[in-house]
Write a protein that binds this ligand. Structure first.
Ligand SMILES: C[S@@+](CC[C@H](N)C(=O)[O-])C[C@H]1O[C@@H](n2cnc3c(N)ncnc32)[C@H](O)[C@@H]1O
Length: 269
């Protein structure tokens, strides 16, 4: 890193790339370091579809949040929210309703520092620094409890996060703990990488797992479906980021053969 700026916290690990900063770089953001760009460039060579993946994932997040807003949701819990970029959840939500409330959760220092700067002075949104695989810490956090009302429906966002949960961290139990904390009428939106479409390359997955702070665990449709528990998938069911309720003029939907993730939204009955 040639230049330290005020968004770089002293505790950040500058030696090892992080998923948060790689994703920021692929989306065209500035909150990443040379190590992140190096790994991201290698990844994009191995798997050029990753740029499409990042862009369509972010667009899915936006459509999922708007869908939830249309269905009355006014509070959101965003797991693995990442480095703020175009279209953050509180911006989308508070445009519809200035009273909407959002809790962001991430453990990556740059994501946390930059989110805290952005949210400074916003009483209805907070950044919680926590490991999402420990739901008790997230759900019981003072900021979560202060901002979210668990007696009312919540929009739970697990967008590009499930595949960072290793099998030994028991992803089914992690998702169940969050689902159980929600009131009826709540929604869960998630995206998750998979080998099912035979696009994702094992080399690219291994590259991230071996050389970054995050492991990637692709899963099958059946495994990913389990994360929704008994929530009911809304139409069109478990699709992909570019094919889940695309906007009519969305050119990325034409490139859906590049998708490496499942995407879906489900409702708690
Ligand atoms: C690819 S980014 C996704 C950002 C955003 N959700 C989106 O889809 O646009 C994934 C984020 O998950 C975070 N993350 C991964 N594992 C995590 C964990 N166990 N606890 C908290 N955050 C985690 C990473 O730090 C990163 O910021």
């Amino acid at each position: 890193v040639s230049q330290q700026t005020n968004w770089v916290p002293t505790s950040v690990d500058l030696e090892k790339p992080s998923a948060a900063r790689i994703y920021d770089y692929v989306l065209g953001g500035n909150h990443n370091f040379a190590v992140d760009r190096g790994l991201a460039d290698r990844l994009l060579q191995m798997q050029p579809e990753l740029r499409h993946t990042a862009i369509t994932n972010r667009a899915f997040l936006r459509r999922a949040v708007l869908f939830m807003l249309e269905n009355g949701i006014r509070q959101f819990l965003d797991l693995g929210s990442g480095i703020p970029t175009v279209g953050n959840v509180h911006e989308i939500a508070q445009q519809t309703d200035p009273e909407a409330r959002v809790v962001y959760v991430d453990y990556e220092h740059v994501a946390v520092a930059h989110s805290q700067l952005l949210l400074d002075g916003n009483p209805r949104a907070a950044m919680v620094q926590a490991d999402i695989t420990r739901p008790k810490g997230v759900l019981g956090h003072t900021d979560t409890q202060r901002i979210l009302d668990f007696s009312q429906p919540i929009g739970l966002l697990a967008v590009t996060i499930g595949h960072y949960i290793r099998p030994d961290q028991d992803p089914n139990a992690v998702f169940a703990a969050y689902r159980d904390a929600l009131a009826p009428g709540s929604f869960l939106a998630l995206t998750h990488v998979t080998y099912d479409f035979q696009i994702l390359k094992t080399d690219a997955v291994d590259e991230v797992t071996q050389n970054s702070q995050n492991d990637i665990v692709p899963r099958t449709k059946a495994e990913i479906s389990e994360f929704f528990g008994d929530f009911e998938l809304v139409e069109p069911g478990l699709a992909t980021p570019s094919t889940w309720r695309p906007e009519t003029d969305d050119l990325n939907a034409l490139d859906s053969e590049k998708d490496v993730m499942y995407a879906g939204v489900a409702r708690k009955g």
